[in-house]
Design a protein around this ligand. Structure first.
Ligand code: PEP
Ligand code: MN
Length: 448
């Protein structure tokens, strides 16, 4: 058991917590949190340790991290088809990166709890009316009226149960045969099949199918879990500290504390202050932790952050998710990588090419351009190659649906076409086709 000095699961209460909702006064919040703290954990310590070991391989360059899902999950996405469609694309990307790129892929969904969002302001103007900002389905509703926008602690209880239901169907899909590699063809979406990416995927899937068949022909057992099951982990931005505390439990075998709301948690760009409540909370739990780092970071601050969150310099414990944007990555990432390499920190470096590349399209919708996303990933790889560090993974906002939220890609979505199927609750996501296209491009980089 490695105890962190002066840490307890509620020690964060004496630090400043940014981005917390204005919960109603009175007992409502305490009673919702008391309910959650009595309920079973969503994941177990053993699974969390397994992910940490897999991430240690990523840190050494022996595996690649693929983290992805919605910007904000909606309670209404908790259906078997919605979960299946996103999982399918992640499995397809895994096959592309694994087969064409030659690296085992560690799969982490922004799923089963990605229900809380940081916002730039407490209120927003909607049709001339000032309303509390939407802060994610676990806080309030996105409906633009004052009653719906009132933060309601019972939404955390609902969020817990929907995370549970999502987790359950994910476990069923990944362990119960759906993710078996001899089903690779079945993961290709109808609306993607005829695109060049869909066709490339079909060819690759046929090779895999033939390889598995050949194993059978020569008498090898193809019933092993490596071929019939997928390991899949969950993650979300750990923003609502009361919720995270209520799901933090002491492991009976090691005595260590784990935040059992998801396997991996990340701290957002807006809440990663070294002396803030989020960092205080996460320095004590033994989960793998991610931290978003954007262009406005201070290098000495990041060094302190790394030492605070990973005091034992354990490989796989800490993932720095950089999100500079195409314009700032060269000037921002290079000195950061150099400085942290000099300290000898064991880190997973992951690239979020979404959040630094967001802009408002000519038609007024928030979007991202496929080419900027791709170019930021390429720059990320090149900088790490140059510095002798490992470009360990990517972090995407994506969906299995046929949405039109990011411009560009093989189908060359233009500003005027964004409104055709613009669905997101928050930031614009890659659709299934754009996601596959990126996976093929990254596979090339992995082989270089
Ligand atoms: C996000 O991942 O949706 C997010 C808000 O990111 P960041 O903290 O990097 O802005
Ligand atoms: Mn986002």
């Amino acid at each position: 058991m490695s105890e962190r000095s002066n840490w307890s699961k509620d020690s964060w209460h004496s630090f400043k917590a940014l981005q917390q909702p204005n919960w109603p006064d009175g007992q409502e919040l305490q009673s919702a949190l008391a309910t959650i703290s009595e309920l079973p954990p969503l994941v177990f310590a053993g699974e969390i340790r397994d992910l940490k070991q897999q991430l240690a391989k990523v840190a050494r360059g022996e595996a690649f991290l693929l983290q992805g899902g919605d910007c904000a999950e909606s309670f209404s996405y908790c259906t078997a088809p919605a979960v299946r469609e996103l999982l399918k694309v992640i499995l397809q990307m895994t096959v592309i990166l694994g087969y064409a790129g030659g690296k085992p892929v560690v799969k982490v969904g922004r799923m089963a709890g990605q229900y809380a969002k940081p916002r730039s302001a407490d209120t927003e103007m909607v049709d001339g009316v000032e309303l509390p900002s939407y802060r994610g389905d676990m806080v309030n509703s996105s409906e633009p009226n004052p009653e719906a926008r009132r933060p309601d602690p019972q939404r955390m209880v609902k969020g817990y149960f929907l995370s549970c239901a999502t987790m359950n169907i994910l476990r069923a899909f990944t362990r119960g045969g759906y993710a078996a590699l001899d089903r690779v063809h079945a993961w290709n979406n109808e609306f993607v099949k005829n695109s060049p990416q869909g066709q490339m995927y079909e060819r690759l899937a046929s090779h895999i199918e033939q390889a598995i068949n050949f194993m059978r022909v020569v008498g090898l057992d193809t019933n092993m879990p490596q071929l019939t099951q997928a390991s899949f982990f969950t993650s979300h931005e750990a923003l609502l500290l009361g919720y995270e505390e209520a799901l933090t439990r002491q492991d009976s075998t090691t005595g260590d504390w784990y935040d059992c709301s998801a396997h991996m948690l990340w701290i957002g760009e807006r809440t990663r202050q070294v002396d803030g409540a989020h960092v205080e909370f996460f320095r004590g739990v033994h989960n793998p932790i991610g931290v978003k780092i954007g262009p406005s970071h201070d290098i000495d601050d990041v060094k302190r952050l790394v030492s605070t969150l990973n005091p034992d310099n354990e490989p796989g414990k800490l993932t720095l998710i950089t999100r500079f944007g195409i314009k700032k990555i060269a000037e921002g990432l290079t000195p950061l990588v150099q400085a942290l390499k000099k300290e000898g920190f064991n880190l997973v470096w992951s690239c979020d090419p979404m959040h630094g590349n967001t802009y408002t399209s000519s038609t007024g919708l928030k979007t991202r351009n496929f080419i900027n996303i791709l170019e930021e990933i390429r720059a990320f790889f090149e900088i790490h190659w140059q510095e002798g560090t490992v470009p360990g993974g990517v972090h995407f906002e994506m969906t299995g649906a046929d949405v039109t939220e990011c411009v560009g890609g093989g189908r060359e979505i233009m500003d005027q076409q964004l409104s055709r199927n613009y669905q997101t609750m928050c930031d614009p996501r890659l659709n299934a086709e754009q996601s596959l296209e990126l996976a093929f491009q990254i596979a090339e980089m992995l082989r270089e």
